[in-house]
Design a protein around this ligand. Sequence first.
Ligand code: GAF
Length: 388
Amino acid sequence: MNKTTYSAFAKHFSHLPQVTAFAPGRVNLIGEHTDYNQGFVFPVALNKGTYVQLSLRDDMQVIAIAKDMDNQKNRFYLNDIQFDNDMPWANYVRGVFKLINQHTQRISGVNIYIYGDQPQGAGLSSSASMTVALIKGLVDLFGLEMDGKEAAKIAQATENKFVGCACGIMDHLISALGKKNKALKLDCRNLSVEYGKIPDSLELMVFNSNVKRSLVSSEYNIRREQCESAALKLNTSSLRDVTIEMLESKQDALTDVEFRRARHIVSENIRVEKLYLAFRDNNLAEISQLIRASHVSMRDDFEITIPEIDTLVEIINDALPIVGGARMTGGGFGGCVIALVPKSEVARVAKVVTKKYPQIVNIQPTIYNFTVENGAFNFNNHKVQEAL
Ligand code: GAF
């Protein structure tokens, strides 16, 4: 965010914004597709995300402008919030107003300018950062009583009930409650949170495969249905309650696909817990093994990786000495790979990937220098203003 965007608001609305809010994107260190199975996840919030500037209107209209969508303008009335088939991005805004209105009756008309600085479509959760930023902006503008967990629930409900995406709560929760230099271990059943720290000797590297993600929402929903069907056949409300022993003893009740989907979830939940402990104990060998095993499980059991991503992971793992490991992060079918890499090896690993990945898949990767930052509800918005 810079002066240009600040005055861009003024250009569109003829006055300065009253509130500016920021919410970060995320990468998940481990715990993939476990959130909607009421399991565990372990993500970090990034220094890149979505900014939202707001001012009050004296009517009941919302006017939202999205800089990154060619400054498209979307307009609606608070008493008649409908799905917009022509402007998909606007449904995240419309959904937030619809859902937040069920929480409070204090919202009136607002002008909104939205701007992001995180890579789009890379699986770094730009939609969650947008909804959380907007909710934080509304909380500040209207002086609402709402904490990060409630905000995350409204943001998730926006996607589930209004936008039509059956996602879990991980992305919204980390965007709201991330902490600087900490990873957040979230229990998605009761939303209890513990913070861990990547050992000082390791660096978090993020590589974009630059393969445009496709089939994400259809395949995502299929995975969710398969998990729910497996849980039902195992007579439990969610795979969270299933152990490996239970799963193996009841294997005959499941199809082969359901068994493998369930095995990923059950084993991934164990890996989250183990990674949290391995961070605490500075157990580098265990960290390396867990990260690599998570990728194998996503590739073979959950089948959400693609050949380019598998190649990228293999190149990184091969380039690493004994310590360190790489895995795909996020919903799957393209996007980014994360790696925990000994600090002394970062430059060399980057060089190897930059050389080998294009040779094999004919695509240039992007390597990001992200830092781990606070979530929107652990953030001083005055600092956002001052930085303008
Ligand atoms: C996407 C979803 F939005 C999350 O809720 C989570 O399920 C993730 O994919 C996979 O772990 O980001």
